[in-house]
Design a protein. Sequence first.
Length: 236
Amino acid sequence: MTPPTPDIPILFADEHLLVIAKPAGLLTLPDGWDAMRPHVRALLEPAWGRLWIVHRLDKDTSGVLLLARNAEAHRLLNDQFAKHEAHKTYHAIVFGEPTWRQQTVTLRLRPNRGRRKRTVVDPRGQEAHTDFRVLRRFGGAFTWVEARPHTGRRHQIRAHLFALGHPIVHDPLYGHATTDHPLPIRRLALHARRLECRHPVTGEWLGITAPHPPDFAAALDDLAAYGALYAEEPST
């Protein structure tokens, strides 16, 4: 029987792994300044026992988050991520209309620059590689894009899209945290759509998809109602 978990959808669970659809607004890790703020482990561990965070999502990013249920699974999964054998796919709604259909970005990134702790493009920074693909264009004002990061730099997708001139809707660090746009989403319009990795014990290849949360889905529905200029098939 699956233990009850408050307001956090469970996408996959066995004795070694727990995969959730993290809600936007929930911290992955404890807040260094306010230990009382809710975070993933604090909410899940009463029902599931001790958990290990394998990777993180920004607080306002929704979607697939993988946790290990024992130290050995954590070690093996960390090894997969370190060797870039696990694959992540994100969906984002961005401002403007890219001139490209697909774009590979390899701009190096330097984290924690300045008072706002932004990640910035810097030729002396760390290697960063993201593949982008347009999923649907909406009349020039907004575009739905897919992002597949091959490295795991802090704010990598956000910083690369900003560098391309197409910041994510409602991004307070790399764009405009404004409610002046007509979309029914009031947080960073970034969703961790899919995670693919090998099960650390069985070796089975897992592909786990998180449905778009209501605010993200509503934004796409509203944009579709305005009429797309043209569209490609979105990935699953």
